[in-house]
Design a protein around this ligand. Sequence first.
Ligand code: FAD
Length: 280
Amino acid sequence: MTTTPVSCEFFPPRTEQGMEKLKRVHDKLNQALNPEYFSVTFGAGGSTQEKTLETVVHIQQSGSQAAPHLSCIASAKDNIRALLQSYKDNGISRIVALRGDKPSGWLGSIGEFSYANELVSFIREETGDYFHLEVAAYPEFHPQSKTAETEFKYFQQKVEAGANAAITQYFYNADSYFYFMDECQKRGIDIPVVPGIMPISNFEQLSRFSDTCGADIPRWLRWKLDAFKDDSDSLQKFGAEFLGRLCERLIQGGAPGIHFYTLNKANLTLNIARNIGLTQ
Ligand code: FAD
């Protein structure tokens, strides 16, 4: 079996029932893949703050390593400081540090942070080297990027501020990752950049989400996925095979690990993992 390190991402469930289901998903993934850590997303402006905390505390108490995402847009330093303390109090030592996006129609203040590098600096000032910090990377460029050059400059700022590693936005074209890594190398950026893998389970949703986050679905793949129509079993089977091949190429090309956006479902991730020998 392949020994590539794996991490898995969840979003915090809204209901008790959702939380119970997530606990079962966590146990299944943990048993099959033994991930290095499980990360849990954080709603813009702190909208899921309590649920994110509750979910990471559960994961950490179950014996796995948990990494809350922390987005700083529309946040105050005091709030972030208090959150860092509660993560420390719960034995959590890993954070995915992000800017986040203002919720649509947001009329509140922008807060005390404008970009993720400021959050990384703040966490380092407040807590030194206590936290292992992951940041976001965009092989196909962030939707608000002005030029390729500034994108790398801003990525470098996050690394200089103290990021230990990065997780990428999902992509379906391996070359975008390899190009990104080459450009990092030219600039002396040497932190591990782990590809984020988004399972293919619902073409319409994926298509909509990809348009907003700037992830490209190549034209041939769009046509192929669209042709499955309502046959979601076949769509998911094809998706797992396609993503298995993508992961293999990435691993062979030197990717230091794989981060699965699980969508809180065990099988979507396990089907990909099986295709690349990460589990039986
Ligand atoms: P930044 O690194 O700050 O970059 C944002 C944009 O600003 C980029 O276009 C960059 O080029 C530009 N920029 C950066 N610095 C400067 C500067 N000094 N001057 C001018 N422009 C600058 N969102 C959530 O709300 N919750 C989550 O849990 C979450 N998890 C994520 C996990 C991963 C792995 C990824 C890839 C994304 C996640 N996101 C999440 C989405 C993320 O918050 C958005 O993509 C957001 O728009 C950018 O966040 P960032 O941390 O990359 O921001």
